[in-house]
Design a protein around this ligand. Structure first.
Ligand code: KG4
Ligand code: ZN
Length: 319
């Protein structure tokens, strides 16, 4: 529940991470089933915590995509049913807009135009937020997303799921300069993360052939070096984007914006380069409902309404 676009009254997260950890990643069918089981209870609790009733609600925001279609379907069906039953307007939100909007919670003074580096499990985008609800994607990944690289590497070297938080924790104990991994050479503002992932996996495989305990003995340094290399890639293009556009208002968003190394580095580069940097509050970096409500609020203010026959879309190129 969000009031006036920036004040979070409640934000209930029913995480399925523990369930999916058993399988080494998200199992779509289980995710959808759990969504169905949990969604009514989550909404009830959100109303209770915010101390409001459905009558107090002005509009209902929902993510229509991109993402796992089964999980989206549950949210969209529920939101449509609520909108129909209460007569309140429905506002559809692109998932990535939500991640960008998470920045508005902590940073009340933040206003467009600004640049957002969005890095999650499914996306790595450089976005110019020209105005509320008006975006231009100026860079995107050509292969893996940054979060996907964290997850794939962690799984392949036996660290578990989800990879980002695990690598982040181990990286704090390691030497980021010890190992070097291949950097991509992509012109312009696009990203690529599959090269660094492969470079690390081959390196670990070769070292393990010589010493089966290599991974166990060096996991902190491997994580620190990998994380540093990945952050370098993210920052390289962000710096380029800031130069090209002349925009000095810089934000980050998406699950990878929870990364402590990335958060420190953005602040550091910001000071060096005269940027005004804004970080989303840690608890709003990974997927949450508040960020969707905020994005929905600005669409609502602009007079946009979503029809009740809206269908979820699992893949959307732009927004
Ligand atoms: O935004 P999100 O919750 O879901 C998607 O929209 O994909 O992002 C999840 C991604 C996962 O790949 C996860 O490993 C990564 O965010 N992540 C992190 C950290 N916490 C979550 N990556 C790096 N460092 C973290 N601390
Ligand atoms: Zn997300």
């Amino acid at each position: 529940m969000v009031k006036n676009g920036r004040e979070v009254l409640s934000n209930i997260i029913n995480s399925q991470i523990d369930i999916h950890t058993n399988y080494g990643g998200v199992v779509p069918e289980i995710a959808s089933r759990k969504h169905i089981e949990n969604i009514d209870g989550v909404i009830e609790l959100a109303l209770k915590k915010a101390e409001v009733t459905l009558d107090d609600i002005t509009a209902i925001a929902v993510t229509y995509g991109p993402g796992l279609v089964g999980a989206l379907l549950v949210g969209v069906a529920e939101a449509k049913a609520l909108a129909f039953a209460t007569g309140k307007p429905l506002v559809g939100v692109h998932h990535i807009e939500g991640h960008i909007s998470a920045n508005f919670i902590e940073n009340k003074e933040l206003e467009p135009p600004f640049i957002c580096l969005v890095a999650s499990g499914g996306h790595s985008h450089l976005v110019v937020v020209k105005d509320y609800g008006e975006y231009e994607i100026i860079g995107r990944t050509r292969d893996d997303a940054a979060g996907e690289a964290f997850d794939k590497v962690a799984r392949a070297i036996g660290l578990g799921y989800p990879g980002g938080p695990i690598i982040d924790k181990l990286a704090k104990l390691g030497d980021p300069e010890r190992f070097k991994f291949a950097k991509p050479h992509i012109p312009g503002l696009d990203y690529s993360f599959s090269g660094i992932k492969t470079s690390l996996l081959y390196f670990v495989r070769d070292e393990m052939a010589k010493d089966p305990e290599f991974m166990e003995k060096n996991k902190e340094d491997i994580c620190a070096s990998f994380q540093k290399a990945l952050i370098d890639i993210l920052l390289d293009k962000l710096i380029k984007a800031a130069k090209q556009t002349g925009i000095k208002e810089i934000t980050i968003g998406g699950g990878v914006s929870a990364n402590s190394g990335l958060r420190n580095r953005i602040e550091e580069e910001g000071k060096k380069r005269g940027w005004n940097t804004y970080l989303p509050e840690f608890k709003f970096t990974t997927d949450n409902a508040a960020m969707i409500a905020i994005a929905g609020y600005y669409h609502y203010l602009a007079g946009e309404r979503t029809r009740l026959d809206v269908a979820p879309v699992s893949r959307i190129a732009d927004f």
